[in-house]
Design a protein around this ligand. Sequence first.
Ligand code: DC
Length: 231
Amino acid sequence: MHDMILKPSFSTLPVIAIDGPTASGKGTVAHRVADALGFHYLDSGALYRLTALAAARAEVLLTDETAVAEIARCLKTRFVGESVFLSGVDVSDEIRTESAGQNASLVAAMPSVRAALLERQRAFAEHPGLVADGRDMGSVVFPGAALKIFLTASVEARAERRLNQLIQKGNSAILRDVVKELRIRDERDTNRPVAPLMRLVDAQLLDTTEISANEAVEQILYWVKKQSIVN
Ligand code: DC
């Protein structure tokens, strides 16, 4: 009887899991796919960025796993379009800096921080479906995802895109430093013992080195159609 009034579990809703390294264009592509399908969107990296920012604001050391996990459990977040709020304050720009990304990568390597954010991520799976982007969407958070994609690009292509974003925002940076920072983050995200970034055997590979974001979106929408994920 009770089953009839229960909210459908995340596994019964179509989830498209897009995982990949930093600056691969996942965010842009995932957002556009979600818009095209009318699905919800989860930017899981933002939760790690918000955790690191909230910890810094509370003057908690990023090496204190117990305290950082407690911060993660109590995060007050709100996502409105592309804007991200922490305790009611718009922190969209603040969490997108290079140092916010590095700090996010540090706290993301802590098992209890990941555990604290797990159910919060699953709660994004609501009718009619979800596009989720991150590192462990297909492996840990939504292992039953209808479609799993490993979206990547060469480190040089990713560094150039990141450099252009930085310049557009009025920051100065040099390509060599950006490449170095990407490599450090790739290394940490790929080699950590818990929920490392990896290409799953059941994930479609989408290399965007030579294609535009729109072409990547078209490819994903083609897979969605081919697998009859939406009617
Ligand atoms: O996707 P992003 O650059 O916003 O992610 C920031 C950091 O958070 C990234 O270096 C690794 C971590 N992360 C993670 O470990 N698992 C996720 N699902 C998403 C991000």
